[in-house]
Design a binder for this molecule. Sequence first.
Ligand code: GDP
Length: 167
Amino acid sequence: GRDGKEHKLIIVGLDNAGKTTILYQYLLNDVVVTSPTIGSNVEEIQFKNLKFLMWDVGGQESLRSSWSTYYNAVEAVLLVIDSTDRERLTLIKEELYTMLAHDDLKSARLLVLANKQDLKGAMSAAEISKQFNLTSIKDHSWHIQACCALTGEGLYEGMEWLTDEMT
Ligand code: GDP
């Protein structure tokens, strides 16, 4: 936030969930410094005092062990869901709980972005919340937000929650 201190956030989700689109909506109209990809499939974007690290979860097993090297000092996890992708919901749920169990993410907030709400057949935020059993999460502060990355709808509200939590 407003204190000048650097904040580190990670944006994760399956491929095609809308991570890149969401990130650039957040950064719209501002100059963004994109570092060359720093790890196998990890992209780092520095914006003012915010550092975003972004990668696809659910990728090859061999890449997974390296993700945790980026967990240090992470203040927030943004999990982007393609709300029409019912088949892979269980997969992403497993990835989510594995992440939340990691020591370095103990104090990280969780923002779930239920993206692609404009598409027919999209699951609602309530439905995804139920599938993910989010109410069982007591050791992290979490929030789920319905959104559409194409129009930006819902993205501001999600970030509002996050900045309130972080300041
Ligand atoms: P990433 O792989 O998670 O970074 O996903 P991208 O940001 O590259 O988006 C994957 C595809 O989904 C692209 O064609 C986007 O234009 C599209 N997309 C992203 N968000 C939305 C959305 O809210 N609604 C619709 N209809 N398409 C979206």
